[in-house]
Structures are given as C-alpha cells and as structure tokens.
Design a protein around this ligand. Structure first.
Ligand SMILES: Nc1ncnc2c1ncn2[C@@H]1O[C@H](COP(=O)(O)OP(=O)(O)OP(=O)(O)O)[C@@H](O)[C@H]1O
Ligand SMILES: [Mg+2]
Length: 261
C-alpha cells in the first residue's frame, strides 16, 4: 500500500483510560507513552488487568481514550482523547487484527473468510480470491481452504485469522494473545511470521502475549503493570539487527520461505 500512511509509525502520548465512574471507576491506563517504528515488532507483557488489551484497543482505534493523543504515519488520529479520523475506514485500510480466538465467520469457508476482508475494501473478487489462496498457502493451511471453521483445528483457524489480518497489507498489525490457542511450535511460527512480515513490509506489529518462550522473536518487549508501561527491554539483538534491511537476522520463520507478504 503506497499512500499517505506509507511511513506509518505509531506515536502515542499520555494515554489514559478510565472505565465507569464513581464506585465502579477503573483506571485502566494511567498515562502511557508508546512509539513504534516502521518494521518494528513489539511484545506487550504484564499481569491480568494491567491494561494491555485496553491499550491495544485504543491504538487500534476501537476504543477512545479518556485523554491522550496518537499519531500514525505523521497523521493525528486521536487528539485530546477524541478520534480525528473516520476510524472504521482507517482501520479497514491500514490495520490488521488478530485475537485470542480466531473469530472466523462460521458460514464462510477458510478462503472466503480471508477473501471477504479484501472485498469489503473494494478489491475485485477474483483478485481477492487469488491473494486469499496465496496467503493460506503462506500460512500452511491451503489444503483446508474449502473447509468451514468448524472443520478446522484451533491452530488452523488461528492461521486463517492471521492470513486475514495480512489480507489488506496493513501498516499496523495488532494481535491480542494470538498464540494462546496454539501449541508452542505453532505459536512460535506465528510470532516468526509476524516478524518476517514486519521486517519485509515495514509493518508495525504489537502483540500482547503471555508466552515468554517466544520473546526473542520481538525487537522490544514492553512490560505493563497497573495501567503503566513499567519497563522496556530490547528483546533480541538478532531481531534488532534484522531491522536493517537485509540484515543477518532476517531469515524468516519455518514454512514461510516463499509467498506473498
Ligand atoms: N469495558 C470495561 N469496563 C470496565 N472496566 C474494564 C473494561 N474493560 C477492562 N476493564 C478493566 O480495566 C483494567 C484493564 O483491563 P484489560 O482488559 O486492559 O487488561 P489486560 O492487561 O488485557 O488483562 P488480561 O491479561 O487479563 O487480558 C482491568 O481492571 C479491567 O477490569
Ligand atoms: Mg487482555
């Protein structure tokens, strides 16, 4: 996607989120600053209730923060706690989402689930179909293309969901515990895949995860606690090196050697 957001990087400043009021008030975010470079993959860690999903939802323009601002690719998308763009079309064009559960449409086949993401973005059906098949192949589930979600294993469903998140060549991928339903090998493959896509496509990726085993697939890890980012570590020197185009660390994951970004 070559247009105004080609340089997308996220810069979030002073994000706060208060749910409810009075007795039921919850301070979910207490002033979070976050910046994400192009092609960077970061992990968001932290205990239950720390505010990870809230932060992801706000960066994904699904929820409005109580205060704070966000720019993406230099464009202001949230100012003083208010959306300043048409969030639905912005999300559809520039963002890919993956959740803990695959959330596939049950009455569409695997390939149709991926295809429809492109069709609602005005891609002609034949182009969308072709790319959907390529993506399923890329994720190693093309042999299940004509299966309905109920006929797929949890891991296969999740890989279809990852294919769907890549469909529109997003500038930013947001994933909330995407590997929770996968075994450790598949989980690792999904993380490696995100890294490969990020580095090849210069896509920013933020993944909420509890899986400490896969952290070296990330460039940075942010640790959240009680609505704040408590600390930040460079997770992988290799991942960091491979941020440079053609760097030595960017060899990509298993089963992802060829195929569409
Ligand atoms: N819609 C809501 N209404 C009220 N409170 C909410 C709402 N969503 C989240 N919260 C509260 O905000 C805090 C942060 O929740 P959030 O879902 O962001 O945590 P999390 O870090 O994603 O946790 P987990 O690891 O369990 O998914 C929690 O205390 C939660 O109870
Ligand atoms: Mg959560």
């Amino acid at each position: 996607m070559v247009d105004a957001l080609d340089n997308l990087a996220v810069e979030a400043v002073g994000l706060t989120k208060v749910y409810g009021s009075g007795n039921t008030e919850v301070q979910a975010l207490r002033g979070v600053d976050l910046s994400l470079s192009r092609g960077e993959v970061i992990a968001l860690l932290g205990p239950s209730g720390a505010g990870k999903s809230t932060l992801l939802g706000i960066i994904g323009l699904v929820n409005q923060p109580t205060a704070g601002s966000i720019t993406m690719g230099g464009q202001t998308v949230v100012a003083e706690g208010r959306f300043t763009v048409d969030v639905r079309s912005f999300r559809r064009k520039y963002m890919g989402f993956v959740f803990q559960k695959a959330n596939l449409i049950p009455f569409l086949t695997a390939v149709e689930n991926v295809q429809i993401a492109m069709e609602i973005n005005d891609q002609p059906p034949r182009t969308a179909r072709r790319r959907a098949m390529e993506l399923l192949e890329y994720l190693g589930v093309s042999d299940r293309a004509s299966h309905y979600p109920s006929m797929l294993s949890g891991g296969q469903q999740q890989r279809v969901a990852v294919a769907r998140s890549l469909a529109n060549r997003p500038n930013l991928i947001l994933a909330d515990e995407p590997t929770a339903a996968l075994d450790s090998v598949r989980g690792r493959q999904v993380m490696e895949l995100f890294r490969k896509v990020a580095h090849e496509q210069q896509t920013g990726v933020i993944v909420v995860t509890h899986d400490h085993r896969a952290l070296d697939a990330f460039d940075r890890t942010l640790e959240m606690e009680d609505g704040r980012v408590r600390g930040e570590v460079l997770t992988s020197p290799a991942a960091k090196r491979s941020l440079t185009p053609q760097g030595p660390g960017g060899k990509g994951g298993p089963e992802t050697s060829a195929g569409p970004p």
